[in-house]
Design a protein around this ligand. Structure first.
Ligand SMILES: [Mn+2]
Length: 405
């Protein structure tokens, strides 16, 4: 039994992208669909029996009609090849308000035999060309439903998360006990596991802390593979032991924090034992170019030389230039932009001035992040130093709210 395990697509993200004037579509928006298409195509070529999507299909719970149409187009290759697809909802797909539908539920309403949407904990079997697969599915455990219940009134926020985890674990144990030991069994879950290595682009909860599980919660009798979603970095949390507990990570880079991370998905094969393979996608490249001109007679000359020595083609670029004295030097910004014209997107040109090392100044702030702007501001205001963490926390919450848009 061969399983394609893909997760955290975040379709709809279009940061660092420009509009293609001919198609009217943001070019960066297409990156995410291209890597998704590549992942599905590879799974088809490698003859998988089923594909599991581990959640966070869209960037939020109200994807645009274009996003939805393109998602439908991409998954149609599976219908053509009669490969069953199981789609789990993640925290990005789950609507904030109780009772509303997640956009993915649309596919379950169509009643297509080969597309199964899971937005509530559920166990079922799927018929594939290599036999029957048993699935125990745990979508992102939202705390919202429990939080509003009478019995939760006396609970602290931490206790609410712990209680949700406890209930999920109880359910998992019950469900795995019912499994037919002669059939392959997989847990598919969109969860946060303690000690997992984050890539930094995962969204954290605003109000109640995210329910956090232990790896051992998933090492259950009779399970051949644990297919996870949520964390954007590929990893097996149960190395050297059985079963593999795997986050395939996200398929496309989101920002500079993932500049050096590889992206991809997993194909797992269950027979006597379980083997799995990480398959790299070809995500958009991010490149930070740092140039120290402090010891240079002619900073601009050095900048030109350094940029020319880099391959910037089709990459998202961030420039960091260290200067001795910014006021006196004439930096030709137009020339810099001209040198970078082959790049996919110039995100930021940052100037760091030696004399004022504590004060980071910058301009060409087309993409100055909210945190960076605030940090720079705090650095200049001594009276704000004691409140730095508090302010940054507020900023993070604010940013998350904006990302919801
Ligand atoms: Mn997630």
């Amino acid at each position: 039994m061969k399983i394609g395990h893909i997760s955290d697509l975040h379709l709809g993200i279009d940061n660092y992208g420009k509009l293609n004037s001919e198609t009217g579509i943001n070019k960066r928006f297409l990156d995410f669909f291209n890597t998704f298409e590549f992942s599905l195509q590879t799974c088809v070529e490698k003859n998988v029996d089923i594909i599991l999507l581990g959640g966070d299909i869209f960037k939020n719970s109200f994807p645009s009609p274009t996003t939805q149409k393109m998602f439908a187009e991409k998954i149609s290759v599976l219908l053509k090849n009669k490969i069953p697809l199981v789609i789990l909802t993640g925290n990005h797909d789950a609507p904030m308000s109780f009772g509303k539908s997640s956009p993915i539920e649309l596919y379950s309403s169509l009643g297509l035999e080969n597309i199964i949407v899971v937005s509530k904990p559920d166990s079922f079997t799927v018929k594939t060309k290599s036999g029957v697969l048993q699935l125990v599915c745990l979508p992102w455990p939202t705390t919202a439903n429990f939080r509003t219940k009478e019995e939760a009134k006396t609970f602290s926020r931490e206790e609410i998360s712990q209680e949700v985890v406890k209930r999920c674990n109880f359910w998992l144990v019950q469900e795995t006990k019912k499994l037919d030991k002669t059939l392959p069994s997989v847990i598919l879950a969109h969860v946060n596991i303690r000690n997992a290595q984050f890539s930094g682009t995962e969204r954290k909860a605003l109000i109640t802390p995210d329910p956090t599980f232990e790896v051992s919660d998933f090492k259950l009798e009779g399970i051949n593979y644990v297919a996870l979603g949520h964390v954007h970095k590929f990893q097996n949390l149960n190395e050297k032991y059985f079963p593999p507990v795997v986050y395939p990570g996200s398929i496309e880079r989101i920002d500079f924090g993932e500049e050096k991370n590889e992206k991809g998905f997993v194909i797992a094969e269950i027979s006597e034992e379980t083997r799995f393979e990480f398959i790299k996608t070809n995500p958009r490249e991010f490149l930070t170019i740092e140039i120290d001109t402090k010891n240079s007679e002619d900073p601009m000359k050095l900048i030109v030389k350094k940029i020319e020595s880099e391959n910037v083609k089709n990459k998202i670029i961030r420039l960091r230039i260290l200067l001795k004295d910014f006021e006196k030097k004439q930096i030709d910004k137009q020339k810099i932009e001209e040198l970078l014209k082959e790049c996919f997107y110039l995100a930021k040109v940052e100037f760091l001035i030696e004399k004022e090392e504590l004060r980071r100044r910058s301009f060409v702030t087309r993409d100055f992040s909210l945190e960076d702007s605030i940090k720079t501001y705090i650095k200049k205001k001594e009276n704000l130093f004691p409140y730095k963490e508090k302010i940054l926390k507020k900023v993070e919450n604010l940013k998350n709210k904006i990302l919801e848009e």
